[in-house]
Design a protein around this ligand. Sequence first.
Ligand code: PLP
Length: 391
Amino acid sequence: MVLSRVAREIQASATLAITAKAKQLAAEGKDVIGFGAGEPDFDTPENIKTAAIKAIKDGFTKYTPTSGTPKLKEAICEKLFKENNLKYSPSQILVSAGAKQSICNIVLVLCDIGDEVIIPTPYWVSYPEMVTLAGAKPVFLETNDKDHFKITKDSLASVITPKTKLLFLNSPSNPTGMVYSEEELREIVLFAVEKGLYVISDEIYEKILYDGVKHFSPAAINDDCYNNVITINGFSKVYSMTGWRLGYAAGPETIIKAATNIQDHTTSGASSITQIAGLEALRGNQDSVNNMVAEFDRRRKYIVDRLNAMKGISCLLPQGAFYAFPNVSGLYNHLSVKGSFDLVSLLLEKAHVAFVPGAPFGADAYIRISYATSMENIKKGMDRFEKFLQT
Ligand SMILES: *Cc1c(COP(=O)(O)O)cnc(C)c1O
């Protein structure tokens, strides 16, 4: 059987093997502590659940417009205006079944076969695959902990070619927790747009910020940026709604209209019930978000202190999201492991702690440690990690 180009080129998630191994150990009765979660460990807030139940009871269970209900799109416009200084009309909003679907639609709208797309590393694992799906070529722009995982105007200039079409930005970042300042974003995005690039600004961790750091949406810089930046956001992380599947894109009407056409013929968009829940998330009480972030903050400080106290490990203090991304390459020689996959396998087998290797994020010197798990688990897991390194 000869499978299609897309089927041949799209990779299965490289972290699946580790997850499978962790599950197998757990099934054998071993108490494995997981740090792999890419989602908050908090329940969806009660007011949001109640709104969804009411939607079902009211019979709001039919197709909605592909790009989202008028009410939800208006609420999104209101949010973008109030919080992000961005003025959009509902015709510039595409609501999707998760931010992931919005991003994929936008990539398909903007990229032709042979176009180049700049993806800073470490990156969210789906970006390169979406680019490949469109027949375009991912071009990786490396960053590391020494430069705080940040690209600059100069590093960007070094990888732009006549074929470059699009730049991915993700602040706050999964997997590093890095957050760009407004000043940094102004410099990078002004330059990118001046060079004629489009920019996808993935802002899904927007409200998960620490130490008084402020979020900034680069589409708000000036008219040129407004015309070339597509802002992505969603409900999965901030409202603990990963399973509900709800996200959106905001941008120029022509791009949004074309992305809506693609969605028209693939999924028809987000569920009607989920969209009612999303409306409540945006308009309802925000206490649950603040409480969640306060708890993440406590865990963040604890976990980074513990990691930095271990020999051979150095970890920056993340300013956003819920991941620590320590440099563990100092352990590789000492433990005779070849890279992040080997290290993570060894730790799983010997210490029963499950981390995510950095390699699938394009950064083999690191591992990703999600602190979307209880403080008790974090303490136990860090004790095991430390004890393993001492033996
Ligand atoms: C989780 C995540 C998304 C997508 O989330 P959805 O559940 O599809 O809304 C997008 N970008 C990043 C960086 C993420 O971590």
